[in-house]
Design a protein around this ligand. Sequence first.
Ligand SMILES: Cc1cc2nc3c(=O)[nH]c(=O)nc-3n(C[C@H](O)[C@H](O)[C@H](O)COP(=O)(O)OP(=O)(O)OC[C@H]3O[C@@H](n4cnc5c(N)ncnc54)[C@H](O)[C@@H]3O)c2cc1C
Length: 369
Amino acid sequence: METIDCAIIGAGVVGLAIARRLALAGREVVILEAEDAFGTHTSARNSEVIHAGIYYATGSMKARLCVQGRKQLYQYCAEHNVNHQRIGKVIVACDETEIAGLKKYKAQAETNGVDDLRLLTQAELAEMEPAVRCVAGFLSPSTGIIDSHGLMLSYLGEAEDRGAMLALSSPVLSGKVGSDGIVLNVGVGGAEPMTVKCRTVIISAGLNAPAVARTIEGIPPSTIPPTYYAIGHYYTLATKAPFNRLIYPVARPDWLGVHVTIDLGGRVKFGPDFEWTDRVDYKFDERREASFYKAIRHYYPGLQDGTLNPGYTGIRPRITGPDEPVQDFTFHGPADHEVKGLVALYGIESPGLTSSLAIADHVAQLAGI
Ligand SMILES: Cc1cc2nc3c(=O)[nH]c(=O)nc-3n(C[C@H](O)[C@H](O)[C@H](O)COP(=O)(O)OP(=O)(O)OC[C@H]3O[C@@H](n4cnc5c(N)ncnc54)[C@H](O)[C@@H]3O)c2cc1C
């Protein structure tokens, strides 16, 4: 049987950040990825926003790792030439009833250590974002945009420079916790799976993380959270960007509302919306068009008929369901499941991309590395 020092299950942005972190610490790393390329799931289907850390609950892992990860990410991008832009974002109240929500954000942001938000006067808003209809707003100067594929390439390149290996088309099918390591059965296309014994295993399998954990005998089932999926659609704008920054309306309790992001090529995207689903199916449901026009015109009344094009979808990996409070990022180390050498990541939805470097540090600590 082959032996591996550290196996990382999943080559999304988080798995690759962890691979880089462990490889830099001098560990031998193999990344096991089910697909035939890295980063084809949630890491390729998100808003590519570097979040400031405004919304997340006080003391949550999301708040802590987003604020810390955002600082690390800007520094990393500058040092490694990853394409990004500190474009800034404006959060707007479209009528008087939304102003209370806006004030709550400012207070929450300050509690989270985001201390650069600036309230804008209506005159400033009109000058900065003339296309946006609103009565109040504030600027988040440290919100940015990033080339997520470029980031993943950079993480992978650094990990490989330190000897890490990416094994594509290598789904982890099952496993077993033993006294001297964790055995994984990996599908490599042949009749029989390949069996490898690992000293450290990191489950970073995104939407599939609880399912992967359930196939590994010896992880107490009671510690594995349930799986829920929530799909979000993005429409793109056919015309030139009428905005200079990202525009976010006041959010709903469990998602951020149909907001405006601009990619590094200057293309405007609206979304994502939010709907529970029971499967990983990225098919675009074009029946959403009318609801997008309505939501967008709330703050951008100049939106012309016929200018929205279907873009793409992404699916949020949730571990709490409808009518339950929104989960935090969840990390289970040996203290949680009593399996030596195992760290499992669950529910790594937004702001997982922003937080990736901070998550990698946290996981390394849980793994005792
Ligand atoms: C709609 C949407 C918008 C978002 N916008 C933002 C944003 O603007 N900013 C931000 O910071 N965050 C954002 N996020 C969150 C961010 O995209 C994710 O947190 C991040 O991409 C998660 O990365 P990951 O590596 O955990 O998961 P993934 O990218 O899903 O990677 C998991 C990998 O595991 C592999 N895998 C699964 N099962 C197995 C198996 N059995 N064996 C081997 N490999 C396996 C998969 O093939 C996949 O490649 C958004 C998320 C969504 C859904």
